[in-house]
Ligand binder design. Structure first.
Ligand code: NDP
Length: 290
């Protein structure tokens, strides 16, 4: 049986890798991208370049979107809604849960089925079943398209609420970007002291490798809403982060990032958590600061 043909709209590094992976796996692929030249090598590999977004949507029942954000989707598809009926749009672009819900309602207004996705892989990981993508939306639509979507990555279906895949994705990115920036900041301080990124690699890797145990220890307490100061106390955290800030300043490095962390710790003290663990910051972070 011939494999299901697919349309991929958006050929940044991610959409390009997706279109290429579908081609490698024997799927006929129609592509469209604002900058048409990004399709050149895909066309050379056998893809069809659609002349317009509407033509790309019309070409196949399954339409994958890989765009910078949802605004890009509206910019591209606002004039193509007449082709939506009977199509399944799978939006693998990043944006907020609310935007995902609104986009699903918009697509359904024009007769399209819709799934939200959040890709947990880099373009290099596309085609590797060990990577995965969060999905949400109607279960039946997910099940009907699961095997084709698994050409790209493994799948983790989070539920019917269209916002869920976007939510899980953003939660992961919350950890990812903050961690990645902390790494860069530490490297800048190291560098100012004559230590290279290469020298730091085993030490930073060791710290990050220890985080699952650290999270594991505190997780049950956080779920119980308990933050006893039996292992760590917030004032120790304040002093420690203050040392990080001053180490950066002494090295002539921008301290904006650890200074922001210090502010959160200090707010915990101001709100009465001086005898609690640093995890009590979880409670104050649930409320916006005054
Ligand atoms: P890019 O931002 O590099 O490219 C996205 C695509 O969006 C391009 O095709 C670009 O067109 C198009 N685009 C952006 N704005 C507009 C617009 N106003 N009108 C028309 N087209 C527009 O993203 P990536 O390919 O890297 O990623 C795609 C999605 O996947 C993003 O949402 C990203 O967050 C997510 N993601 C990316 C990962 C990565 O490592 N790259 C990892 C996990 C998820 P043009 O080529 O003409 O500029």
């Amino acid at each position: 049986m011939s494999k299901q043909p697919v349309t991929v709209i958006g050929l940044g590094p991610m959409g390009h890798a997706m279109a290429s992976t579908f081609l490698d796996n024997g799927h006929a692929v129609t592509v469209w991208n604002r900058t048409a030249s990004k399709a050149d090598d895909l066309v050379a590999k056998g893809a069809t370049l659609a002349a317009s977004p509407a033509e790309a949507v019309s070409a196949n029942e399954l339409v994958i979107l890989s765009l910078t954000d949802y605004e890009a989707m509206y910019a591209i598809l606002d004039d193509a809604t007449g082709a939506f009926s009977g199509r399944t749009l799978v939006n693998l672009s990043s944006d907020t849960p609310d935007k995902a819900r609104a986009a699903a309602a918009w697509a359904s207004e024009y007769g399209a089925q819709y799934l939200t996705g959040g890709v947990q892989a880099s373009p290099v990981g596309i085609g590797d079943p060990k990577t995965f993508t969060f999905y949400s939306g109607p279960k039946a639509v997910f099940e009907a398209n699961k095997s084709v979507l698994e050409v790209l990555t493994g799948t983790d279906y989070r539920g019917e609420d269209q916002g869920l895949a976007a939510l899980y994705y953003q939660l992961q990115l919350d950890v990812f970007w903050t961690t990645a920036l902390a790494w860069l900041h530490a490297l800048a301080v190291a560098n100012a002291n004559g230590i290279s990124a290469q020298d730091m690699l085993p030490y930073v890797s060791g710290t990050v490798a220890g985080m699952p145990d650290f999270f594991g220890f505190y997780t049950a307490r956080i779920d119980e809403g308990e933050h006893p100061g039996d292992v760590d106390r917030l004032p120790m955290g304040v002093a420690s982060v203050d040392h990080v800030v001053r180490t950066a300043i002494d090295a002539g490095v921008d301290a904006t990032l650890p200074a922001a962390v210090l502010k959160v710790f200090e707010r915990g003290i101001a709100e009465g958590h001086a005898n609690d663990s640093f995890t009590s910051l979880f409670e104050i972070m649930k409320k916006p600061s005054a």
